[in-house]
Structures are given as structure tokens and as C-alpha cells.
Design a protein around this ligand. Sequence first.
Ligand code: TRP
Length: 331
Amino acid sequence: MAQRALTGIKPTGEPHLGNWLGAIQPALGLARDYETYYFIADYHALTSVHSGDALRGYVRSISAAYLAFGLDPKRSAFYRQSDVPEIFELSWILSCFTPKGFMNRAHAYKDFVARNQKAEKDDDADINMGLFGYPVLMAADILMFNADIVPVGADQKQHVEFARDIAEKFNRNYGEDVFRLPEPRISESVKTITGLDGRKMSKSYDNTIPLFLDEKPLLKRINQIVTNSQAPEEPKNPDESHVFALHQLLLEAGEEKALRAQYQAGGMGWGAAKKLFFEALNEKLKGPRAEYNRLLADPGYLDAVLAEGKDRARATAVPFLEKIRGLVGVR
Ligand code: TRP
């Protein structure tokens, strides 16, 4: 049987370049070799998005983005987490096998606590139970479909390891290999995508390049990349340039070498370097942008795709949960 790859996408903002290169592209690449499951983790987003309209909008734009970049819903299962209620029931069952200490040790939770302490607030200020229990729901997402590999960003590696540990505890308790043990898969080449200001590209830093801007605003955004004050004629160090850091992500090895030489030779101002990056990026985004706009204008189509994904996901989830209910003794 083909190995399964599964990954969740948290709809907490409009899709940006970091999402594409760091998540969408590596995830979609797996569809060639694996049986693939991609889903919109809308209930995970609810830990932080508390406006119904905003959440609905993000779900729409993230789904359209995956399709626009080539997700083939005939080939991969593509569904919304909230459309598969069996995942939540499994989440409760798994929580009863999850040491609370795992959650205390979760990096994401600890980061929140550290921020609160820095701000001299109560440790748990603004931390809801959804955020605290987030890794259990994520374990249910993964274990429900017996994923072998889980492509995620480095920040999610620990969550996948929790899923594995929880699965082992469950299997050991019932003396059966009920769940397959998942492995995190971190794509090495694109671990961190630099934002406009040189920090990690992230919505929370407001330093992103949104993927589906029209050409003019896209160029405008690219012009906001922070540079040093070197004059056009001066040679530039590509390894210290945020423009280069982003541009090279779009290039093959040979092209990267040529661009490197162009920076080092001098004679290219930052405006020109940004223009080159814009042109390379725009070339790659033209097709997906048109498709994205077409999809957003046709919500019926998007709904139909997700409805099909829901049926497919539940065809696996319903009988599997039934088996688990039997094992734990609630049936
Ligand atoms: N937590 C992941 C993120 O923030 C999203 C996610 C939810 C996920 N469930 C998952 C990823 C299951 C992989 C597998 O990006």
C-alpha cells in the first residue's frame, strides 16, 4: 500500500510567499509519491481567530490558494477539518491518553507563557484551553488517517512527535497496532523564509509578501524590503541581502550563481535588484493568480470540491472511529 502523507493548513491569514514556498509547494510535491491528505484546520484557527467572517474568508482564500497552485482534488483528499466531526471525538479519546505534562512542555504554549512573563502578566493570560490542548487535536488529525509522514514547518515538529507518543501509549494499552506511528518531514531547503525586514516571514510581524496581489501592489510591497544604504555602483554582499535571500528561493543553482555574481560586481542599485526579484516572482505567480481569482469568483465550485473531500475523508474516519469506540468500550 502507498505510504500516506498528511498535512493541515491553519487558516489564520491571507496566503503569503512564506506559505507557498515553506508549506504549499513542498506539500504538493508529495502527491507524486504518496497518497496525500490535505486539510484546512479551521478548528485550530479558532484558537486565535474569533470573527466568523474572518475565519470564513481565510478558509476560502487558503483553499483557493492550494487549488491555484495545483492541488488536484481527484488525486488528493482535500477537506475541511470541521467537516469531519469524527476527528473531534477521537481528539477527546486521545486526550485521555495524553500526559498533561506533554502540553506543559509544548513549545507553542511555552512561548505564550514566556511572552506573558516578559509583559509581567499572569502566566496564562489570554491562553484559552483550545490553545493549550492544540497538540491533542493535531494528533487526532494525523492518527485518524494513519499518516506515515507529516510535512510541517520546523515549529510543528514537536507536535508530530507528541502524536507519535500518544499513538504508542494507546497502542500499548490495547495491545494492538491501532494507529500507525507518524514521522515529521521538515523540508530542509526552505526552512525559514525571510520577511521584508529580515525576520522570519510571518503575519504577526506584518512583513509578508501576499501571494495574490496584482502586479502594481506586488512591486510596491517588494520595494519595502529593507536594504542597506549602499550606492548603486558599490558591490553588494548577496549573503547579507534580504532581497537576495528571497530571490534565490525562486532560482535553480546555475541562475543563483549568476545572480550572486551580479550583486558582487556592483553597478546594480537596490531598486534594480528588487525589480529583478519582482519580475522573477511575477512570472511564477501570474498563472496561479489568475486561477485564484477565478476560484474566488466561483464559491459554488470551491464548496463542491470541499464537499467531495469531506465524503472521502469520512469514508475512512467513520469506520475507523467505530473500531476505536469498540476498543475503548463505549460501544
Ligand atoms: N498546527 C499546524 C500549523 O500551525 C496546522 C495543523 C493542524 C497540522 N493539524 C495538523 C499540520 C496536522 C500537520 C498535521 O501549521
